[in-house]
Design a protein around this ligand. Sequence first.
Ligand code: G3I
Length: 302
Amino acid sequence: ASTLGAAAAQSGRYFGTAIAAGRLGDSAYTTIAGREFTMVTPENEMKIDATEPQQGQFNFTAGDQVYNWAVQHGMRVRGHTLAWHGQQPGWMQGLGGSALRQAMINHINGVMAHYKGKLAYWDVVNEAFADDGSGGRRQSNLQATGNDWIEVAFRTARAADSGVKLCYNDYNIENWNAAKTQGVYNMVRDFKSRGVPIDCVGFQSHFNSGSPYNSNFRTTLQNFAALGVDVAITELDIQGASPTTYANVTNDCLAVSRCVGITVWGVRDTDSWRSADTPLLFDGNGSKKPAYTAVLDALNGG
Ligand code: G3I
């Protein structure tokens, strides 16, 4: 197959990208994205600050722009994200305790009602674990409402839309030997054992020199999948875009039957949140980089 999406489909997987509403008027961008990908994650447009800028007043204008573009191009959509310490609107940053807990529940209900039946996946909770080597939770206003905030978010989400797959999404959980990975693994194992509704785990996979790819990523994907969840690579970018590393990540997903797909975090290097790292599959001119060919070849069977 000659595109990423078609090549991934040969094994029943998708190949996705983050899409920014502000770039949908750029025809070079939409030409590449429309040709290559089969899954879309709105890069910022379904986050809390975008969808509920004032408490109780929802705004789906930008989210719907990305959603509609994706559907018009035959793509599915991953919602991102409902409960997160980042990109909270000012009103939410100022809340705590039971008021914040109820605001989180209301937010999940409000956004999921709008997109009910339309999305393939939701990142229900994003980045809830700490980077301090403890394997514990990240301190945040949400965490301060009580350790059960994550399972409340998932139970609320299941009740709001029983047809969408509910995911936990995080970074630096790719290396099996990291405490953070073990913390998330233990949470998912606990959720599965107690019947907390979780369907999938997203491994963001923002690799750089400080957080490098490790070949035990495949073990991580296998071990999570063995808990009874789908796994996916949700925000892939690699500092310097080593073709070998891109091929390794692709082959790791292909080796795990419950690895449902790969999403890269942007189209061209110039679209990246860390463009100086030139981490993506297309350069600023829209030309395919060696990493693109490495991924395509891996998807086509090497
Ligand atoms: O939209 C405003 C614009 O009005 C304003 O003039 C401009 C000035 O700063 O800011 C614009 O908002 C920016 C937004 O991206 C849209 O471009 C924010 O400042 C900027 O902080 C925001 O960055 C996003 C970042 O998440 C924020 O947390 C990146 O685009 C986005 O790629 C990045 O994505 C995250 C995932 O959601 C979660 N995992 C990590 C990943 C990379 O950080």
